[in-house]
Design a protein around this ligand. Structure first.
Ligand code: KG4
Ligand code: ZN
Length: 350
């Protein structure tokens, strides 16, 4: 059925769920601009401090939106809708984007469209770039969603129809990277640092615990504990152990995490007989995971979809494209919509 809503709608997307303030403008699925202000303020604390994040969002949001509109060559009056992240994320951070979006929608008399941040990561595979055509997965496809807060295998049957078929029962993959990095004295966020150091290391040098969890679910807390105890024992014998073996530790740890992720993904693809396989979320930037998924794909005849690096971390273009799909179905939010820190159901709008 044809949508009564325009297919060339101009959508402003706003993302403020964690520590990046981002705004993007899309015409339909085509990206016209995508601006991200990252918050350096958290680095010295070794993690995101919610109160500081929300204050930084308040400072950043107006200039970020302004720049996104300017870069797209459009004015506020041209917008057809404003899409925003309703959750999951940090409540105080989400509130900044939600309030700003409401104000903009009221002032311009345009629809307000709430977006689930996790759906956004997955649908980042449908953003059309201004200058290059990226291939899109066909439905149904499987998406391994790996971020700082989530690790899920999602079966996607249509842009807004998704089902979680596997999820972590404890830590997320990004959390495993970040916590293990902290144990090694590496800065936050640890994932990219481990990735970089792993490139010079021997991934076969050390072995760490691998979980046995049923079905397509994941667990990373056993690995974290085994890594911690392993280092504690070695450091007792040799206080310089971490320093002397950093690259090998990173490479071995990264390989363990990637193997755990791929094992369930391969099983799920086999069970559902799905050959279009995507990855998304912050950890999808990991070079070991990208290489691993590509290699499995070649072995098993999958078409694999790796997001461009700029869409792996939080960005508003993915919120705008998800907002566009909802806009086309007329799924608008009322002005009483409130942010949600936790959202368990992939099928709900937010
Ligand atoms: O999706 P994201 O930007 O924020 C959340 O919604 O959580 O993901 C952030 C996570 C952090 O845990 C970070 O360490 C991890 O993504 N990450 C990486 C890499 N780049 C970011 N983990 C491993 N390797 C990377 N290259
Ligand atoms: Zn995210």
């Amino acid at each position: 059925m044809d949508s009564p809503f325009r297919s060339d709608a101009l959508i402003l997307g706003i993302e403020s769920s964690c520590d990046d303030t981002s705004a993007a403008v899309l015409r339909g699925t085509r990206m016209l601009s995508n601006v991200i202000a990252s918050q350096a303020v958290h680095m010295k604390y070794g993690g995101v401090i919610p109160e500081l994040a929300s204050r930084a969002h308040q400072q950043n949001i107006v200039p970020v939106v302004d720049t996104a509109l300017k870069n797209a060559g459009v004015g506020v009056a041209d917008l057809d809708a404003v899409a925003f992240t309703r959750g999951p994320g940090l409540l105080g951070s989400l509130l900044v984007g939600v309030s700003f979006s409401k104000g903009l929608a009221v002032a311009n008399n345009i629809p307000l469209v709430e977006v689930n941040h996790l759906q956004g990561h997955i649908l980042s595979h449908f953003i059309d770039m201004p200058d290059e055509e990226l291939p899109h997965p066909s439905f149904p496809f499987l998406c391994l969603l790996v971020s700082g807060g989530h690790t899920q295998i999602v079966k996607v049957t249509a842009p807004l129809e998704m089902e979680i078929v596997g999820t972590t029962i404890d830590d997320a993959a990004g959390e495993a990277f970040d916590k293990c990095a902290k144990v090694m004295g590496l800065p936050y966020p640890g994932g990219p640092v481990i990735d970089r150091l792993a490139a010079q290391g021997d991934a076969g040098r050390f072995r760490f615990a691998r979980p046995s969890v049923s079905g397509f679910d994941y667990s990373f807390s056993g690995l974290k504990t085994s890594f911690l105890y392993f280092l504690r024992d070695r450091m007792r014998e040799d206080p310089g152990f971490i320093e002397a073996n950093r690259a090998d530790l990173c490479a071995s740890l990264q390989k363990t995490i990637v193997d755990i992720l791929l094992d369930k993904l391969v099983k799920a693809a086999g069970k559902f007989r799905i050959r279009d396989v995507a990855i998304a979320g912050g950890v999808s930037a990991n070079s070991g995971l990208r290489g691993g998924v590509t290699a499995e794909g070649e072995r098993r005849g999958w078409r694999t979809f790796l997001p461009p690096l700029k869409f792996t971390t939080d960005n508003a273009a993915m919120i705008a494209v998800t907002g566009y799909f909802r806009y086309q179905k007329g799924e608008f939010s009322s002005l009483s919509v409130a942010p949600e820190a936790r959202i368990e159901n992939m099928l709900t709008g937010a």
